[in-house]
Write a protein that binds this ligand. Sequence first.
Ligand code: AHM
Ligand code: MG
Length: 338
Amino acid sequence: MHKKTYLTRYLVEKQRLNGHISPELRLLLEVVARACKRISQAVNKGSLGDVMGSADSANVQGEIQKKLDIIANEVLIEANEWGGHLAAMASEEMEGIHVVPNRYPQGEYLLLFDPLDGSSNIDVNVSIGTIFSVLVKPEGTGVSEQDFLQAGTRQVAAGYCVYGPQTTLVLTVGDGVAVFTLDREQGSFVLTEEDLRIPEDTQEFAVNMSNQRHWAAPVTRYIDECLQGKDGPRGKDFNMRWVGSMVADVHRILTRGGIFMYPWDSREPHKPGKLRLMYEANPMSWLVEQAGGAATDGKRRIMDIQPIQLHERVSVYMGSKNEVDRVTSYHAKAPSQA
Ligand code: AHM
Ligand code: MG
């Protein structure tokens, strides 16, 4: 009989073989996975549970929160605060950091998450997900927001869980990307793919085309050339996909290649982009890089950016390496701000 590898065993073996996963980090990842299972259950209930629709509140970005945004945030906090592995957490849904209460021991890790990415898809039964990133708290007593402001290169673990036709957990601890599928009967994540690789070339792009007229010249040039297909400079036809959940779009790209873009646009010129650096772009960038892809903001490698604020935004180009390199090179040649 084919032996299944469960998440726990996978992590225990990583701890034993590579040594770079401490027992605390292993516990942290197992707890995050357990929280994702609970979120998956809530998502599955849909209209049968009291989970659909908007809550009467807005988050720090001014976006109306969905009930599931709040539920997922609470599930992650509740699951993670008592285990002794964390010092503090930060979330898209909370303005400030959540320090582990005094009644629990404090650990050395910091956890950041977007509890439910793709919120606009909740009520229409389209894939959504949880994105997370783990950092080590810098030395010193106490913990502050400043401790979170570390470049993506400092991540020690990153991943996401996509709640779609299957519930899939995708994880990196810095030695490749592993994929686990939730076996609902057993309630366990089973390893279903290891060493995921993104093809270097692609004929598929993901971008919100309705924003086209607001883009900067390098992005317009890149997409125009894709749209010209076989008749244009690229000499091949391109296909387009846009789920509207970064988690689902990036999952497709990790699985079969493609480029995901959320560029700066002229409607809000002071904002570098829509997506958040620390709990969306950084973890996804690390996964993509670990799978052989690339991730930039048009000018720099995303993971090299030194964050200035917890909720700061960034332009995102990630996926198949040759396409990311191409759109990044168009930015390098352009004189404009974006
Ligand atoms: P969210 O974290 O509030 O759900 O917002 C982020 C989402 C991404 O998942 C997705 O790629 C993007 O916003 C979709 O934006 P748009 O509404 O422009 O399609
Ligand atoms: Mg999000």
